[in-house]
Write a protein of this length. Structure first.
Length: 333
C-alpha cells in the first residue's frame, strides 16, 4: 500500500477516572508548573465514573489523519498481551495500517491512567511499556524512504537512536510534523538540532517550549517574565531550525512563526467541555492534515486544527470526536 502519512511513536490503552474532589491551585512562581491539581493527602478519593479508551500520541494522530482521508500507517511497538490486541484492533477499525506495529513479548503494552476534573482538565499517569522498545527495522526504513509525510509524536526508550534512524531514512522532500514529548524536552535542544533543521512543523504547547528552552545551552538565565511571552519563545524555537514553529497556549489560543510572519488565532469556544485528553494530538494532527491539504497555507491549517480541537473536548477519550471530522472537511470543499 502507498501511504500518505506514517505516524511514529506511542500507542496505549487508557482508563479515565472522573472526580470532583481535586482543587486547581495557582503555582505561577514555578515557571515549569504554573497550575497544580491537588488532592487531600491520606484521603480516599471518590471516583464518579471511569471510561476505557485508546490513546498514545502516534495512535491518536494516525486515527485523525486517517479520518481526514489520508492513507495512514502507524510505526510503533506493542506488547504480546490483551491490551496490545485491543489497541491493534481499534486502529484497524479506524482504517489505520498496523503492519508496522512490532510485537514485543517481553514488555506489556503501554497504558495510561487519566484523572479528569469537572472542568475537563486532566493529569495523565503514563506507563510506557512496549513503547520504550521502538526500533526501526529494514522494512520500516524502506517505507520511510518513500513516504511524503511523517508525523512524529512523543518517543521513549532509546529515543535518540530512533530519531536518528527515522531522519536518516527520510527523503529531502518528506514533510516532517513533529510534536516531541517530555523526555525530549528534558534534554533541551542541543541533541535535537540536527533533527529540528529537517522538520517542517515543530509543534508544542507553551509549557513544553519553556522546558525545552530552559534545558538548552545559553538560555537557562532567562527570566520568567521573558519566557511567559509566547512571541519570545516562538523566535527561539524557530531559531532551532524548523520551517514553522507552532505553540498552543490553551485558552489563550495559538501562535506560529515562519521566520517572517507571526500568526495568531484565538481558540474557537467549545459548545461543551467534557474531556481535554488528547486535544493536543488532535490539534497537531489536524494542523498537519490541513498543511498538506491546503499546500502549506498556515491560516487555513490553523482554522481547521482549532475547529477540530474545539469539537474534540465535547467527547470522552482522545479519539472520541471522530464522527465530527467529515463535517470539518466539508467547510473547505
Amino acid at each position: 500500500m502507498k501511504h500518505d502519512f506514517i505516524s511514529i511513536g506511542g500507542a496505549t490503552r487508557d482508563i479515565s477516572f472522573f472526580t470532583d474532589e481535586g482543587v486547581l491551585l495557582d503555582n505561577h512562581r514555578d515557571i515549569k508548573r504554573q497550575k497544580l491539581l491537588a488532592f487531600e493527602a491520606g484521603a480516599k478519593i471518590k471516583v464518579d465514573k471511569f471510561y476505557y479508551s485508546f490513546g498514545g500520541g502516534a495512535a491518536n494522530a494516525a486515527v485523525y489523519l486517517a479520518r481526514f482521508g489520508f492513507k495512514t500507517a502507524i510505526l510503533g511497538a506493542l506488547g504480546d498481551d490483551e491490551n496490545g490486541f485491543l489497541i491493534r484492533e481499534n486502529l484497524r477499525t479506524q482504517t489505520v495500517d498496523t503492519s508496522f506495529l512490532e510485537k514485543n513479548k517481553s514488555e506489556e503494552s503501554g497504558a495510561s491512567f487519566v484523572l479528569i476534573s469537572p472542568g475537563g482538565e486532566r493529569i495523565i499517569f503514563a506507563q510506557r511499556g512496549a513503547n520504550r522498545c521502538l526500533k526501526i527495522n529494514t522494512r520500516q526504513a524502506a517505507a520511510l524512504k518513500k513516504i511524503p509525510n511523517v508525523y512524529i509524536a512523543s518517543l521513549s526508550g532509546n529515543w535518540l537512536s530512533t530519531l536518528d534512524q527515522v531522519f536518516s531514512n527520510l527523503s529531502d522532500k518528506t514533510q516532517v510534523f513533529w510534536n516531541p514529548g517530555q523526555t525530549q524536552y528534558a534534554k533541551g535542544a542541543d541533541p535535537l538540532l540536527p533533527f529540528f533543521k529537517k522538520t517542517t512543523v515543530l509543534a508544542s504547547n507553551k509549557d513544553e517550549v519553556i522546558d525545552l528552552v530552559l534545558n538548552s545551552s545559553g538560555y537557562s538565565h532567562l527570566r520568567p517574565s521573558f519566557l511567559n511571552k509566547t512571541e519570545n519563545l516562538l523566535k527561539i524555537m524557530y531559531s532551532f531550525g524548523p520551517r514553522l514553529a507552532l505553540i498552543t497556549m490553551g485558552a489563550e489560543g495559538v501562535m506560529a512563526f515562519d521566520g517572517q510572519q507571526i500568526f495568531f488565532r484565538p481558540i474557537i469556544k467549545e459548545k461543551k467541555r467534557v474531556d481535554v485528553t488528547g486535544v493536543g494530538d488532535v490539534f497537531n494532527s489536524s494542523f498537519a492534515a490541513g498543511f498538506v491539504m491546503f499546500k502549506g497555507d498556515v491560516n487555513k491549517s490553523l482554522d481547521l486544527a482549532l475547529r477540530s480541537a474545539s469539537n474534540k473536548v465535547a467527547y470522552l477519550g482522545a479519539q472520541g470526536a471522530l464522527a465530527t471530522v467529515p463535517h470539518l472537511i466539508k467547510k473547505y470543499k
